[in-house]
Ligand binder design. Sequence first.
Ligand SMILES: [Zn+2]
Length: 290
Amino acid sequence: MMASFTDEILCAAATLRVDGLFDLLRRARLGSSWIRVLAYHGTPDASIESLEEQLRYLAERFQCVDQDALSMFLNGSLRLERPGLVISFDDGLRDNYTNAAPMLERHGLSGWFFATSTLPSLPESEQLAFCGSHELIVPPGTEGRIAMNWAELRDLAGRGHTIGCHTANHRRFRSEIPAELVESEISTSSAVFLERLGRVPSSFAWVGGEPDTYSVTGLAAIRKAGYRFAFTTRSAPVTHTSNPFLLHRTVLDASMPFGAFRMKVAGASDLAHAASRSALERSLPTLVKP
Ligand SMILES: [Zn+2]
């Protein structure tokens, strides 16, 4: 579903006067009406300086929401004091654990880490080949073990971060994929997460983000498995009327120039994705909110 007209206006205005808009929102207490969801991938050593600057900026302007807060926000029972924020990281990469997580915590933020259930169990020597054959992009310069292991994922959960599912094998849910294979990706990952982490994740990140990777079959499997939320990469603020299985994220790069980062956080990508977002929302069935 589309963000409200007010949100679109706010985001468009924000692209012109980023910091001024946030100050205005804080003074006018309008920030409680939307949540910005961000999607990172790798956070290699070379990005540490820029990521630090990005997280400092976010911590000064937003408040992080966890799964329960997101649920309450979507059903209208939570009013946020500041604009809400979800900082997510796809693919379960090891540098998220070594670099991003401690940095998040220093700034009083928490992260959502979407991992596959296969990669953490693979020997280090097989991880690069797995990524190559499963369309999983490894940041340049990554050496040694690529993925977080289960102990690290458990540790993140214990430190208050959210662990979400990104399929078993980084599988794109294209429409030509048989329903049995889609359901197997979900059921396999659920069983492994339950065994390794003691719980099945409540949140899911669609893999890929290309137009043909959001399918009716995939949506049916995600809903049937009992997930509360599923996240896309179609950039728009989450509002009270957002579809919980098409929560749009804004893709960022930990190494990107700070000016471009601020523009994207303010909504500069939202208009660029408007047409594809509308097409996606029309193509999948209307859902009853949980
Ligand atoms: Zn991915």
